[in-house]
Design a protein. Sequence first.
Length: 336
Amino acid sequence: MATTTLVTGAAGFIGYHTVLRLLERGDHVVGIDNMNAYYDVKLKEARLELLNAKPNFTFYRIPIEEQAEVIKVFEKENIDIVIHLAAQVGVRSPPSEFHRYVSSNLVGFSNILDSCRVHRIQHLVFASSSSVYGNMAVPPFKVQDAADHPQSLYAATKRANELMAYSYSHQYRLPTTGLRFFTVYGPWGRPDMAVYSFTNKIESSKPIDVYGEGQVARDFTYVDDIVEAIIKIVDLPPDTELYNSGVITSDKVPYQIFNVGSGCPVKVNQLVRLIERSLNKKADIRFKPLPAEDMQVTHANIQDLEDVIGTLHITQLEEGIDKFVAWYKSYHQIDS
């Protein structure tokens, strides 16, 4: 019998690619997404249209912060695995939008957690973020490093998700795995992220804002590599007797945290040069001070992850940018 996997945020960037990979391997996939307007809804609708054309995909347009709606999905579908990717994203939202982080990332996640408990889900895999490290960890970041000084409310909610999941794993023996994603990019990516935003503005001959004199470094990670890690870890839930996460060593809890990144941080100035090369067009750069909520560097140590899933394929940034730009031109119908 095929596995039934619930993917929240199914019409999102990582969610879309994850659903496709699950369908390719034969899962029945149940998708949830509220289709909010944080960025262009047309992009989400285009992703969803492609997913709806696939057999074995069922979609529910609901907000995860509505507990009754989440419960209905779990009661209707015989779910085995949950991959939780839905969230209010972004580190630069104004205070007037902060309630969205609380609603989606805290209330919404608690609804998912508790439904997983009630329905005895085999494994909950959830998205965390490299932003939980703040500027306290020493690169390359290890999951054992302190993550108690978040520089944005988004980061704080992601760290809270990790602690909430641990408590459910401890109390109810719910197997959970948190994945700290590092700056994901690629086809069908988010327009608010640097790779998409820079590409769009350079192609349109508009100036781009580059923070911190372009010396800020990010561990850019191609979306296919992220999805590979998700798919592999889904089948490897933590074992209450045999697995110890290394985060908590006093007891054996079915809980684990991993970094998922390329392990190769690149300065933003270099990213801009790669996009310029791929577009064959120069950028109009405006340097701006680094915002308080932005980290100076992100750099993933993924040894713990590879100890469990084996060697993770890493797409080199130059190749990934070329693939993204090719998709961007196709999606926006731009002649090469």
